[in-house]
Design a protein around this ligand. Structure first.
Ligand code: AMP
Length: 301
């Protein structure tokens, strides 16, 4: 039985940054987030790939203890592909192309062993699919939701329906402004809390993250990284580490969410040091703990 279910894109990414480029590299929201979560818990993923998806990518996830039994191989189509680039402002990914491929006709079916999971992460994918997964999880204790501008543009109504059903909403600053139609992040967070979530986390790229709850506010710094090569997947690694940590503590308390945000920032900062999942593949639990302690020291005043 698994205690943490993640649904999201499993992708082949073509990415260019000022520091290099990759073509059809392993990516996707479910991929990055489950890998990051695997440092804390044993996640299981739900998604679909085409027959063009290299087998060694799934093996890589399995070697980390990630359950890929919910990843369907659809022989009739191509794997989801995303192409994007970053300029010197690495906070903002510019999308060149999004090809939904096999995700366009995907009907998620959760394996029976996933249905009693207490923690669920609805990572970036069509909100209709996020909802279909959520409906199959019997009694989740904590559901985290992420999205991006592509779905705010194409599925806003459905996305707001999902927001009403989750405990924690995660957005980056521009998405929060776009979804709640206000330039002010405090107002955007307030509007989100009114819909139902207990917590709203707004990521501000290399400037950290803000946590809002009813009457409370927490601001987390980000790690001052000198060596950023590719920020793709940082949002997903942040979210994966965050929910992985909460699942490992079996907690959704505000105190643990604050710690989980720091773990998320730590793993995301490592992820940015190299392309695709390359840095996370070399990452150790000791490195995560060491950087977590540095964050603690950074916040003392
Ligand atoms: P982030 O963590 O925000 O940098 O997300 C990066 C990942 O999101 C990439 O690996 C892409 O494959 C994936 N992605 C890009 N666009 C979409 C989309 N519209 N839906 C789902 N996943 C996406």
């Amino acid at each position: 039985m698994t205690n943490l279910v993640i649904v999201g894109s499993v992708a082949l990414d073509t990415v260019k940054t000022p520091f290099g480029k990759v073509k059809d590299a392993l990516g996707g929201a479910a991929t990055y987030s489950s890998y990051a979560a695997s440092f804390f818990a044993k996640p299981a993923i739900v998604g679909v790939v085409g027959s063009d998806f290299p087998k060694q990518h799934l093996q890589l996830l399995q070697q980390r203890g990630i359950d890929t039994g919910g990843v369907k191989v659809d022989k009739n189509g191509r794997t989801f592909r995303w192409e994007g680039y970053y300029e010197y402002d690495m906070n903002e990914a510019k999308t060149v192309k999004t090809e939904l491929g096999v995700f366009a006709n995907f009907k998620p079916q959760l394996p029976p062993s996933y249905k009693d999971a207490e923690y669920a992460f609805l990572a970036n994918i069509d909100p209709v699919l996020q909802l279909e997964v959520l409906q199959q999880v019997r009694k989740p204790k904590l559901v985290l939701l992420d999205t991006m501008n592509y779905w705010i543009n194409n599925r806003k109504r459905q996305l707001l329906e999902v927001v009403k059903k989750v405990d924690v909403l995660l957005l980056n600053d521009s998405e929060a402004r776009q979804l709640f139609e206000t330039p002010n992040l405090v107002k955007a967070a307030g509007a989100a809390l009114k819909l139902g979530p207990r917590f709203v986390i707004i990521k501000k790229g290399e400037h950290g993250a803000l946590l809002f709850s009813d009457g409370n506010h927490f601001s987390a710094p980000s790690y001052p990284l000198e060596n950023i090569r590719d920020p793709t997947g940082c949002g997903d690694s942040f979210a994966g580490a965050l929910i992985g940590y909460l699942a490992s503590r079996n907690s959704g308390s505000e105190k643990d969410i604050r710690k989980a945000i720091i773990y998320g920032s730590v793993v995301a900062s490592f992820n940015a040091e190299d392309f695709s999942l390359e840095r996370m593949k070399r990452l150790t639990a000791a490195e995560i703990e060491k950087r977590y302690r540095e964050f603690e020291r950074m916040r003392e005043f």
